[in-house]
Design a protein around this ligand. Structure first.
Ligand code: FMN
Ligand code: SF4
Length: 540
């Protein structure tokens, strides 16, 4: 049965729906593009300046002109989804989300409707569920969540309020990073406006400023931070163990009674005392209001069958114009790189695209691949958070591999021995090779360590390391051979989190250059695992 918006959620004002429908007339545009000049000065006046793009008029989650106030957002159709969601049974909203096929934009592409249904089913009989917005954005080469939060925070807040309403959460936490100064200011102001307008009702909204670590974005590590500890991934998934830690007394923390957050995987027969948490990415939630207001069929008007809707991509590296763009799923990678990125740098040839540090590298002969979860997966890679770091023939692939490897090895928390130790060894050997000092034995050792690095891994960082480095060495074997034959050093390639894209200039987090494997910036690394240094009641 087609649960169109009016049929399914038909309690809202018809005029509102028409207004929103008009806003959506842009979906047929081949590319919905946006500037990345979202500097604080411009945002102060509510503007996002469009640039270097041929065909943009509007968009679904990233407006061409930032919504400067809640009134602007309402004028553009905002608020209809929340009113509709509050007027129907939560199951109707979940069914609509399932029908829409919306997949989480945090990296894994997990179906959002399925996640909401699971969290709702694991509701605690004692304590209420929590809602968390993952705004930790730490994937190298990604800026899209901050772009959305700066240009359209109201859609994210509305999406989170809908989510909280549906799963029965009484609190919403925006988990940001303390280094996201401008974005946080903008978000806090938007939250205050929404609260003043009465949208939050009795739902408490807070904005938390978390640590810089990459792992903080991993959802269970994020819950640990919200619970007051270091960003160390848990075993138990969020729908079983949420933000609210059920600890009767101190003994529960040290004796591993199962009542603390440090628990083994809960089983389906477990009691449901501990409340779950629903965690969604910023972009995922920004999509929700319009799906609820306009329906699954509208959402599916763009995109592919398995990856409906649009996706907000960040393009950095060896292109003419780095930027953020919202494109329909199914647009080719080449179109995005050419039309938004302006193509290769003058006199250079693109040789590959690093998909953040989460998936196998995409090579030049694969640039016509459509941007979708299924197409990237079919070629042994993945879409991740649509971070496209472009590599050209001036970049040394081994240096790129060394940069990615260093990032992942340093950011590994060390709860799983192989992830940290093999990771550091691989990074060290690649660095040796880039200095022109490597030999074949080093290369063999790298291959061997990549074979064991993910053994017993608690989260996917270890397999990311395996895939990213393994794929570069495999796909660029000629360049690797040339590098092995040379004694000349090659310049290091910095892979680090994006601090900003302003006026087409990208700023990477250069403080990462001095970050030690123990997560300090001390002159000498202590040799301790971060988990040893920072862990509390966590021993394995
Ligand atoms: C190492 C690591 C880092 C991650 N960083 C982020 C992040 O910065 N932001 C994010 O939304 N998801 C991140 N994720 C994915 C989250 O764990 C989680 O899947 C996501 O927040 C779920 O939201 P979604 O279903 O809306 O995509 C990361 C995962 C891993 C393994
Ligand atoms: S796989 Fe690596 S990053 Fe993930 S929990 Fe284990 S040691 Fe930490």
């Amino acid at each position: 049965m087609d649960l169109g918006p009016r049929a399914a959620l038909g309690t809202h004002d018809e005029d509102d729906v028409e207004e929103v429908a008009d806003q959506s007339a842009v979906v047929a545009e081949p590319l919905l593009c946006h500037s990345l000049s979202v500097g604080s000065k411009r945002l102060g006046t509510g503007n996002v300046i469009a640039m270097s793009v041929r065909s943009f008029t509007a968009s679904r989650v990233l407006p061409t002109i930032a919504h400067g106030s809640l009134d602007d957002y309402i004028e553009a159709g905002g608020g209809v989804g929340l009113r509709s969601a509050r007027a129907v049974d939560p199951d109707v909203v979940i069914a609509e989300l399932e029908a829409s096929g919306l997949r989480g934009r945090g990296g894994a592409g997990f179906p959002t409707g399925t996640k909401w249904r699971t969290v709702a089913a694991f509701e605690s009989s004692v304590l209420s569920t929590s809602m968390v917005v993952n705004a930790a954005e730490g994937e190298p080469g990604t800026f899209k969540d901050r772009a959305i939060l700066e240009a359209n925070p109201y859609a994210v807040i509305e999406g989170a309020l809908i989510a909280a309403t549906v799963v029965g959460a009484r609190d919403i936490t925006f988990a940001t990073k303390r280094r996201f100064g401008d974005t946080i200011t903008r978000l806090q102001a938007a939250v205050a406006e929404v609260e003043r307008a009465g949208w939050a009702q009795d739902i408490e909204i807070r904005v938390v400023e978390g640590p810089d670590e990459y792992l903080y974005g991993e959802e269970t590590a994020l819950i640990e931070v919200l619970d007051g500890r270091a960003p160390l991934p848990r075993i138990a998934p969020p729908w079983r163990r949420g933000v609210v830690e059920v600890v009767a007394d101190d003994d529960d923390v040290t004796s591993r009674s199962g009542l603390s957050a440090d628990v083994e995987m809960a089983t389906p027969t477990d009691d449901n005392t501990t409340p779950p948490v629903l965690i969604n990415n910023v972009e995922t939630l920004a999509n929700v209001p319009a799906i609820v207001a306009k329906g699954a069929a509208w959402f599916r008007e763009v995109g592919t069958e398995a990856s409906p809707g649009t996706i907000v991509c960040t393009i950095t590296g060896a292109v003419q114009h780095p930027g953020v763009v919202e494109a329909p799923m199914g647009t080719s990678l080449r179109t995005v790189l050419d039309e938004v990125g302006g193509g290769a740098r003058t006199g250079r040839t693109i040789v590959g695209v690093l998909m953040g540090v989460s998936n196998a590298i995409v090579t030049a002969d694969e640039l016509d691949l459509p941007i979708s979860y299924e197409s990237m997966r079919s070629r042994g890679s993945g879409l991740g958070s649509a971070s496209f770091i472009v590599i050209d023939d001036a970049d040394d692939p081994v240096a790129v591999a060394a940069g990615a490897s260093r990032f992942l090895a340093i950011e590994s928390c060390g709860q799983c021995t192989r992830c940290k130790l093999d990771g550091l060894e691989v990074a060290g050997l690649l660095a040796t090779i880039t200095r022109g000092e490597g030999d074949d034995h080093d290369l063999q050792t790298i291959e061997k360590r990549l074979g064991t690095i993910a053994d017993g891994a608690r989260c996917s960082l270890a397999s990311q390391h395996q895939m990213v480095v393994g794929s570069i060495l495999e796909q660029f074997n000629d360049a690797v051979a040339a590098r092995m034959a040379s004694n000349d050093p090659v310049a290091p390639y910095l892979v680090a989190e994006l601090v900003r894209i302003d006026d087409e200039t990208t700023t990477l987090d250069e403080s990462f250059l001095t970050k030690q494997p123990d997560w300090t910036h001390d002159e000498v690394d202590s040799g301790q695992m971060p988990a040893e240094r920072l862990g509390e009641h966590r021993t394995d």
